[in-house]
Design a protein around this ligand. Sequence first.
Ligand SMILES: NC(=O)c1ccc[n+]([C@@H]2O[C@H](COP(=O)([O-])OP(=O)(O)OC[C@H]3O[C@@H](n4cnc5c(N)ncnc54)[C@H](O)[C@@H]3O)[C@@H](O)[C@H]2O)c1
Length: 383
Amino acid sequence: MSRRVIGIVMNGVTGRMGYRQHLVRSILAIREQGGLPLGDGQVLWPEPILVGRSATKLEELAKRHGLTHWTTSLDEALAHPLAEIYFDAQVTQARESAIKAAIAAGKHIYTEKPTAESLDAALELARLAREAGVCNGAVQDKLFLPGLLKLKRLVDGGFFGRILSVRGEFGYWVFEGDWQDAQRPSWNYRAEDGGGMILDMFPHWRYVLDGIIAPVRSVYAHAATHIPQRVDEQGRAYPATADDAAYGVFELEGGIVAQVNSSWAVRVDRDELVEFQVDGTEGSAVAGLRNCRIQHRGSTPKPVWNPDLPATEQFREQWQQVPDNAEFDNGFKVQWELFLKHVVTGAPYQWDLLEGAKGVQLAELGLRSAREGRRLDVPELSL
Ligand SMILES: NC(=O)c1ccc[n+]([C@@H]2O[C@H](COP(=O)([O-])OP(=O)(O)OC[C@H]3O[C@@H](n4cnc5c(N)ncnc54)[C@H](O)[C@@H]3O)[C@@H](O)[C@H]2O)c1
């Protein structure tokens, strides 16, 4: 098999997502499996060109993984003779200008979400990429999680009958940083640094709802900053200026109601860190990251409300696990492979910067809804 090398400028690989999910679990994992077979006798071999702010960190990281290309200059990285794709996992605020530079340099674009800090900027990026004729994609990793793939399979198979509602619960306790270190970077809790629950999670809820259940048509959000002061990586107290919880109600096409709670100030009493319960006329399902359980209409119990008696049924035991029936790879890697094939073979790819902009649109409308205390329509987007 012949090897086709494709250089990927990877920006933000010293960060949580850039390092673990994108570099190690996706690009290096593709190399460890021998490359990505293209189906025509060729194997695609991704060659990372690391770019970032700290030479020390990049050099150490490159050495750790046997990589040879790294630089602290974005221009230099984009001018690398192997570079065909630009990937961005930087903090959200740094993204727009870097993607613009990459489009101007004629590179294909793949980026973390949110694709920009405002809808105008997100649409401009999508427009620029289209005008430049470069392939483009935004990370929508939750669509490739085993639990949500099983949920999609149920929807496609008609399991639910008419879908009535969705209840989503996302979150866990993020430590304040004083008596135990916080497990998320402090910029997430500062609005001025691009942080906040709505900006972080509403882009995910947009593609999950649009892609699995039905298109989102309106939003009502209540935002809260439950923990007003946190302690940063240097041990300094700072005011938390961004929302750390969002309680959203979304109306979907066909009158489906989706209600999603997202919080970094909640303790977990669930099987997984995110779970979506979908209720339909023919059956219900609860999907998490990995698992999905169902209850069919025919096996639905008939509880009777009587607070004078202890619960007579073990409700959690009345559900049935959906089998895997397939092998599930890391969701980030699956999406990377689809994007790489799209770039190299022209295979279809639907999760582009316009889809990414829809996520930013929902976040922007969510923030406005929370400020104004009212429900807002979500208009169709086009370029
Ligand atoms: N798809 C997902 O599930 C998911 C999950 C978490 C975060 N994200 C997104 O990934 C991006 C990175 O998030 P993270 O949690 O990895 O953050 P992080 O703080 O761990 O990493 C940020 C990266 O950006 C770089 N950077 C560039 N300019 C910077 C600046 N001015 N200040 C600070 N860092 C700067 C850092 O060096 C680092 O490499 C964000 O846009 C976030 O929304 C996506």
